[in-house]
Design a binder for this molecule. Structure first.
Ligand code: PLP
Length: 238
């Protein structure tokens, strides 16, 4: 396996130890890309992990948490201190707009106007200004996300609806080929420049190093922090 794509998923260690190792590695990779490590935020992706694991990550100093399923997230977030940032990174169902607008600080996965309109309406009803990212599709295996060429216009429309578009998010292609991943992330970074905003959310456990080299300011890391996810419905064998 390509070293640059190796995920740290050692099951025998603790969340605190994995967080420390990840931080050290982020600092090292950032510096080798001539970047300030402080520019790269870590979002702990806790889907399918128990609340106790999320608490361990919080106690290890992490303050941003990402979840893919609304009900699961709300149950888990209820136990977190209020300074924890709650991110939604899953596919948006418009019938969940109200829960999303109330329960999350950043919705990373707005990929179509219809979802954005529902979120904006729910945010207005909740009296909140909701921060979102435009999700861009740069992977042939990914079903969701706006085409990079459509992203700037979508961002404008979302802003006109009253949402605060803080940047972009993308999921890399499912491959071990670092060059293919790099090309996809550079397409996302290019679209990001045209969307505007300060957050470029790129990179997961296996490909965050490539993402940091491509300008990512936010990596979303699950297995490298929590270890392998317990399998459940909706989780494919990957
Ligand atoms: C699950 C997930 C992650 C984290 O994946 P890992 O490979 O466990 O780090 C990041 N982003 C999104 C959108 C996800 O669904």
């Amino acid at each position: 396996m390509d070293l640059a794509l190796e995920a740290s998923t050692d099951a025998s260690t603790t969340v605190a130890a994995r967080v420390q190792r990840l931080r050290d590695e982020v600092a090292e990779v950032a510096r080798s890309a001539n970047r300030d490590p402080a520019e790269i935020a870590i979002v702990a992706v806790s889907k399918l992990q128990p609340p106790s694991a999320v608490r361990e990550a919080y106690d290890a100093g992490l303050r941003a948490f990402g979840e893919n399923y609304v009900q699961e997230a709300l149950a888990k977030f209820a136990g977190l201190p209020t300074d924890a940032e709650r991110h939604f990174i899953g596919h948006i169902q418009t019938n969940k707009a109200r829960a999303l607008a109330r329960g999350f600080d950043l919705v990373q996965s707005v990929d179509r106007l219809h979802a954005g309109v529902a979120l904006a309406k729910a945010a207005r009803a909740a009296g909140r200004r909701l921060r979102v990212l435009v999700q861009i599709n740069v992977s042939p295996q990914e079903r969701f996300g706006a085409a990079p060429s459509d992203a700037p216009a979508l961002a404008d429309e979302l802003r006109a609806e009253g949402l605060e578009v803080a940047g972009t998010m993308a999921i890399g292609p499912l491959t071990n080929d670092a060059r293919t991943i790099r090309e996809a992330f550079l397409r996302a970074a290019d679209a990001h420049e045209r969307v505007g905003g300060t957050i470029l959310s790129l990179g997961m456990s296996a490909d965050w190093r490539v993402a940091v080299a491509c300008g990512s300011t936010m990596i979303r890391v699950g297995t490298a922090i929590f270890g392998p996810r317990p399998l459940s419905k909706g989780d494919s064998s990957s």
